[in-house]
Design a protein. Sequence first.
Length: 153
Amino acid sequence: MSGLFTLLPEAVITASADSKDIILGQLAALFAEVYDLDRDKVLERIVEREELGSTGFGRRIAIPHARISGLGRPVAAFIRLEAPVEFDSADGMPVDLVFGLLSPEGAGATHLHALAAISRMMRDERMHEALLEAPGSEALYSLLCNVIDRDAA
């Protein structure tokens, strides 16, 4: 999908949640199911990273991320929330878009480059609106792929 990370169609969903903890649990379950990972291990690593500081970077977007052993390359998952959820974001705004990233344990620069690419994409106001208005998971995946593929070219 991208030179920086893999995002599979089944890793893009719309869901409802009423707390940050539930979102992180849903994200860990999504990573586990789609990429055949250990859900508890994924959740533990994401929560460890979250305890260092919220990954809600503002503008109603969160990018929970972690490094985890056993991965061959970075993988991503995306959740559009049906209603905004408080996430301890830098700007105090609740989040409605959650873009998760897991990278191999030793992928320092690769992890940072992937995070930067996701951050750039999510900061685009038109992209944010398009993601909120997309009719379903298929449309969300297409939007994300178009931007990721364009930026990788």
